[in-house]
Design a protein around this ligand. Structure first.
Ligand SMILES: NC(=O)c1ccc[n+]([C@@H]2O[C@H](COP(=O)([O-])OP(=O)(O)OC[C@H]3O[C@@H](n4cnc5c(N)ncnc54)[C@H](O)[C@@H]3O)[C@@H](O)[C@H]2O)c1
Length: 304
């Protein structure tokens, strides 16, 4: 299949990932070749609701979009509060984007999540394992992975772990504590964490996630297996308590209390670690940031 050469569309561009992915895509393709869209209005971002099927198709055709990064979604914690809306935005919204991509032969990146795994998954999650998530959010991500293979287009995804970044706030997911904790530590010297101290989850620094996304989209389609709907990629795994200890290397007086809420049950249904041998074999994935390196970067950047 020939490499398309038109422009790039990003949906949900104002979010935690979009804020940084748009910058990286602009560097790669040129500022004017990247069209950033969201339902939220802000400088440089065009309004596009992914529920507006005709609006997406019009934009894709008029702007000759040949690569789409579809980030618009409701995340786990927000999604479970409004499961019907979560299904609509995450599944119907994705179907709308796929339909538009087909009309202009565009390639599509659509993120999956570690939320595809359920309690029956081994604690170190393999690439291939039954996907029985307990959350509606997780179910929408399983459907998204299946659509990647059945849609008939070049569609790829990554099962992102919890993403840690400083440029934009986390968007309503279960792993948000691993971002909020830094802001609270620097501002108040204290954080009330909504999961237990022994809660261990797969996490990743945003720089690694952006690099993984760009690297995956560089690989010729024929080199990718049926895993392309959602590749496991591993960053690093740590417990909430280990995160606190790592922050205390910088801020020795920082304190944290653990007051689990409903998000604890989502966290408990997910694996502790991710096996990413398939992503390594097929497109050379390797993470660059461990826990202490992530904490060092977060503290330095938030202090500036
Ligand atoms: N951030 C993480 O830790 C993480 C982990 C795993 C997977 N993901 C996935 O990555 C993708 C992006 O996540 P994020 O963290 O940037 O999310 P986010 O919540 O920070 O951003 C999502 C963006 O989508 C926009 N949006 C919501 N409804 C929309 C609609 N109808 N039309 C257009 N835009 C709409 C929101 O305004 C928001 O700016 C999602 O698919 C998410 O499931 C994220």
């Amino acid at each position: 299949m020939d490499r398309p050469s038109g422009r790039v569309l990003v949906t949900g561009a104002q979010g935690q990932i979009g804020t940084e992915l748009v910058e990286a895509l602009q560097q790669k393709h040129g500022h004017d070749n990247v069209i950033a869209t969201d339902i939220r209005d802000d400088k440089g971002c065009q309004i596009l609701d992914v529920m507006d099927k005709e609006g997406i198709e019009k934009l894709v055709l008029e702007q000759d979009i040949t690569e789409i990064y579809h980030l618009a979604a409701l995340l786990s914690a927000t999604g479970e509060k409004n499961p019907e809306l979560c299904w609509d935005i995450n599944v119907v919204g994705l179907e709308n984007v796929i339909s538009a991509a087909k009309k202009n032969n565009a390639r599509l990146f659509s993120p999956s999540s570690i939320a595809v795994f359920g309690p029956d998954c081994p604690k170190i999650a393999p690439q291939i394992t039954p996907l029985n998530p307990t959350t509606v959010y997780g179910k929408t991500k399983v459907v998204g992975e299946q659509l990647a293979m059945s849609s008939g287009i070049d569609m790829r995804g990554i099962r992102y772990p919890g993403l840690i970044s400083y440029k934009a706030p986390a968007g309503g997911g279960t792993t948000d504590y691993a971002v909020e904790i830094f802001h609270a530590a620097l501002k108040n010297g204290h954080y009330d964490c909504f999961v237990r101290e022994d809660t261990k989850l797969p996490m990743m620094y945003m720089d690694d996630a952006i690099r993984a996304t760009l690297e995956l989209m560089e690989i010729p389609l024929e080199k990718l297996s049926g895993a392309r709907g959602g590749y496991n990629i591993s960053g690093c795994s740590f417990s909430a308590e280990e995160l606190v200890k790592s922050i205390q290397r910088h801020l020795p007086n920082f304190t944290c209390t653990f007051k689990p809420d409903i998000r604890q049950t989502y966290a408990d249904s997910w694996p502790d670690e991710i096996e990413d041998d398939v992503a390594f074999k097929e497109w050379g994935w390797k993470a660059g940031f461990d826990l202490d390196k992530i904490v060092d970067e977060m503290i330095i950047n938030l202090q500036n």
